[in-house]
Design a protein around this ligand. Structure first.
Ligand code: SF4
Length: 310
């Protein structure tokens, strides 16, 4: 109840706003350690002075510069996708206005981040093509809300690049085009087909988030959510864990390499989850993330950050 009092004084909102702005700065300019480590490991596998080697070197230089200068690491600052987990009803609204209060704070944080050059003002009205100026509008940013039993807020932000979003795809099994039946071998064929079709588009080396099952929407959503996992974690499901490893191995043998210039580093990671389905449907959804795998997060309690994530 102490939290409620603070909320009533409206203090949390200002502190939370500043925390969201800092979250966006970190996500846009400072790539998580697990991703940088994976790119460095990729560099070691490439032939010295090959185009793949030089491309990865350039990517690493770019990452370092962005961090030092607090500037976006890519000209495409991506679609901001937020995952907000709030304390459950006895403590809600944690912030004035509950979910809509948080939405307002996030919109404000986006506007401030555009002003501070952490994000580009490049959101347009789809029908007119008119730039909306401050990066907020219907559907932007994307915010997913959840509740949990804990008494603090958890927020994760992913900045999802447009080029890599374009090469994401979905299969409905069976799929005769890739000779994929409704089994794990069929799933494997679909995922490898997606990597092969992407080639260097979507700015490889990439990271795949995959969901098997669900309906069309939940399947895509879960595939994106898989990208919240750290690159070095292990799948709790041994069958899916094995599939992740085999896709990694086979993809990096395709010779696509960084930006499609050839080489061994086509993927940096594969994360696969599954959802229940009804018998008529069997979806395999693939979300492709580029090397600029920008995800950051924080936990927030008693008006301050208790922990930064990633
Ligand atoms: S796909 Fe990623 S690396 Fe490529 S332009 Fe978009 S954000 Fe940048």
């Amino acid at each position: 109840m102490q939290v409620m009092k603070k909320t009533d004084r409206g203090l949390s909102n200002k502190n939370l706003l500043n925390t969201f702005v800092e979250l966006i700065r970190r996500a846009s300019s400072d790539l998580p350690v697990d991703v940088v480590t994976a790119i460095k490991e990729g560099l070691l596998t490439e032939k010295r002075n090959s185009i793949a080697y030089k491309t990865l070197q350039m990517i690493l230089k770019n990452i370092k510069l962005a961090k030092e200068k607090s500037l976006p690491m890519c000209q495409d600052t991506g679609t901001p996708v937020f995952y907000v987990t709030l304390p459950n009803p006895p403590l809600s609204p944690f912030v004035k206005g509950g979910c809509s209060g948080i939405r307002g704070i996030i919109n404000q944080a986006i506007k401030e981040s555009v002003h501070k050059l952490y994000l580009r003002p490049n959101i347009v009205d789809t029908l007119t093509g008119k730039n909306l100026g401050d990066r907020t509008g219907p559907g932007y940013p994307v915010i997913n809300f959840e509740e949990w039993e804990k008494d603090y807020i958890k927020v994760i932000l992913m900045l999802k690049g447009g080029g890599c979003e374009n090469v994401g795809t979905q299969y409905a099994l069976p799929d005769s085009r890739v000779n994929a039946g409704r089994d794990l071998e069929g799933v494997r064929r679909c995922i490898l087909d997606a990597v092969h079709k992407a080639q260097g588009r979507g700015c490889s080396p990439g990271i795949l988030g995959v969901c098997i099952g669900g309906d069309r929407v939940s399947s895509y959503e879960e595939s994106k959510r898989q990208l919240l996992r750290s690159l070095d974690d292990r799948n709790e499901n041994p069958v899916l864990g094995k599939l992740e490893q085999s896709i990694m191995k086979d993809s990096n043998r395709l010779g696509i390499g960084p930006m499609g210039f050839g080489g061994k580093t086509t993927l940096l990671g594969v994360k696969i989850g599954s959802l229940c389905r009804i018998p008529p449907s069997y979806f395999v959804s693939v979300t492709y993330m580029c090397w600029a795998y920008r995800r950051r997060g924080f936990e927030y309690e008693n008006e301050k950050v208790r922990r930064w994530l990633y």
